[in-house]
Design a protein. Structure first.
Lengths: 375, 375
């Protein structure tokens, strides 16, 4: 091995306890010896994605955390959330889907990776060192830093996965909600580059402006009184019949399907008592609004709503598609897939109740980056 | 042609007028000359299915019809329903999906059909005579009457279509709501014959009893306080992961998906923050409850909800499957696919405001049959 400075390192753990509390702790753990096809990565940058926050906070209120000793914070988990947490109670879970850093040790078959800057996928990245199989690593091009490569997987592959899903399921244009997010901006850039029509739905007027600056052609603000008319118009022009919804709760999904149906009926002509024959697909991939999804069912019978997640998509897509998408991300990390962070925090700061309250808000455009080597 | 007694006949028409009224009328229309591959069927029995009522009533309240001259009744259509009726305004639409009767005239290539008792699919059956292509006819076995064969298509093929869909989409058992209906009873009989596990959901205790008499093993009453526990137990035992829902509105669909998820999680073991990997499918094929569908989304991300209709299913299934299913129905019309009618009415009685109010209730077990040759 190249050196031994990585023998131990800090690791963030999240535990839901049977008595109904969440405990976040920072512990010093030994770094495993890499096996033949493994490498040890010194993690230098790892983002706080919404999907990480779900696991990290375990249903607890991010604004109600309190210190409980050196490197430990706790909060209570509401009783109604404890049911969903049943199968993780008592387990000390590592957190952090993705990140990037430098290879500081390598197994017999992985010596060529030593010293390289790599992006990593595979969980437990909120740590100073992470031992992973080389298949979980993506070498970064010269001039691309660990910070450039930290958010290489979840958002970029989700954006590409949406466009792939659109194509493979026979649609030609798509709709995206919470569209001003980091992910939404990436998706808009992908669509501009690939010449795919995208209908962006945002929740505030200022978010519409930021997307238009990127070159977005269709931006509908759901807070506007003219929202439905504008959405129908955009769907009429683009013929988008698939939508990816990060909100989940409320009536937005139902409104999108209804607007698709109105746009389709304009083109159809004759009356059909069961609605248009145009197939309309809504995928819910997030739950920014945790209230129930309310469907008015004023969109005929030719529709489907389902959950959409990146991992099952990638499994279904197969190795060739996965490799193609990963290579595209690596080559466009500083352009199409560039991420912006509101703040960089150390692992210790990630356990500061005030900081948790801030990143727990999940405000659009307020993404945090953990830099585990900072003290 | 065999005779000329069918030169003219009564026909029921449904019209939504621009001023917001529905008009039902009985008119005398000339019977077309059958082309080479066509036959004229003297319609002797044709059922009032829920799917017929939607077209017939055009959004009007069935209990608010009033006579408006000889063979004409009207009712107002609520303004909120008029939007959905836009594309049928002003059109005099014939009604009646299916029925049965005797072939009284036949084209050059269809002479072999003369005198036969046939079941027919294809709309406009609320009439004394109907000219159709022979491909829309199914010859009935000796001893099977027109009344036996009247409901040969919609319910029997829907029941068979559900089991076919279950199999083709990789599920091994199914759930059905409003399960005490004519359709529900047929589905239970099909499942018993084909050795498929069926979880029946009913809305009243007495409906559970009628299904158990048929041999149903799993019957859950959604009005019982123990409903969710019983449903989870039945899903655990059967591993049913697909449901067909005739209700549409309210929380029942969400409850079914949640119960499927709980049953799947029992078998899964380790915690997954995104729920079980078991794919759960809910198909909405009716709208007995017109209120919004409310989804609690407490069932992970591996699920889909969609509309399901018989016609697209049959189109997708292909000719071989269609022929196989139709032949099975014809041979089991007096057993598996026997229908029961609460009352037989003439075409004139079908336009009686009191009678409309009665069949418009769509009470489970209260199906009406029109006998167009009765005066």
């Amino acid at each position: 091995m190249a050196n031994t400075a990585h023998e131990k390192g800090l690791q963030l753990l999240s535990t839901v306890k049977a008595e109904g509390t969440l405990e976040l702790s920072l512990v010093s753990v030994p770094t495993p010896e890499p096996k033949a096809d493994e490498v040890v990565v010194r993690v230098e940058a790892t983002p706080l994605n919404p999907s990480d926050l779900g696991l990290l906070l375990g249903g607890a209120d991010a604004s109600a955390m309190r210190a409980a000793g050196e490197g430990v914070v706790t909060a209570s988990v509401p009783p109604e959330m404890m049911r969903a947490m049943a199968s993780r109670v008592g387990q000390e879970l590592p957190v952090g889907n993705e990140g990037a850093g430098t290879v500081v040790a390598a197994g017999a078959n992985a010596q060529a990776w030593l010293g390289k800057t790599v992006s990593v996928i595979g969980g437990a990245m909120y740590a100073q060192f992470r031992c992973v199989h080389v298949g979980q690593c993506q070498e970064l091009p010269a001039g691309t830093t660990a910070e450039d490569g930290a958010s290489w997987f979840v958002n970029p592959l989700t954006a590409l996965g949406m466009v792939e899903t659109m194509r493979s399921e026979g649609h030609t244009a798509l709709v995206h909600t919470a569209a001003a997010s980091n992910l939404g901006q990436m998706l808009q850039k992908v669509c501009l580059k690939d010449d795919v029509s995208l209908v962006n739905i945002v929740r505030k007027p200022e978010q519409a402006a930021s997307l238009r600056e990127l070159g977005a052609k269709y931006v509908c603000d759901s807070s506007a009184p003219t929202f439905m008319e504008e959405l129908i118009e955009a769907l009429d022009k683009t013929s988008a019949t698939i939508a990816f919804d990060a909100i989940g709760g409320g009536k937005l999904g139902s409104q999108i399907l209804t607007a698709m149906e109105v746009a389709a009926s304009r083109k159809a002509g004759a009356y059909s008592r069961y609605g248009s024959t145009t197939f309309k697909q809504l995928y819910i991939y997030g739950g920014l609004d945790r209230s129930p999804t309310v469907l008015q069912r004023s969109f005929g019978f030719s529709w489907s709503i389902g959950g959409w997640l990146l991992t099952p998509f990638l499994q279904k897509a197969g190795g060739e598609t996965r490799d193609r998408l990963r290579a595209r991300v690596a080559s466009e990390l500083k352009t199409t897939f560039a991420s912006h962070y509101a703040r960089r925090i150390s692992l210790r700061e990630a356990l500061d109740p005030k900081v948790i309250a801030a990143y727990g808000k999940q405000s659009t455009g307020e993404k945090y980056l953990i830099t585990p080597q900072a003290s």
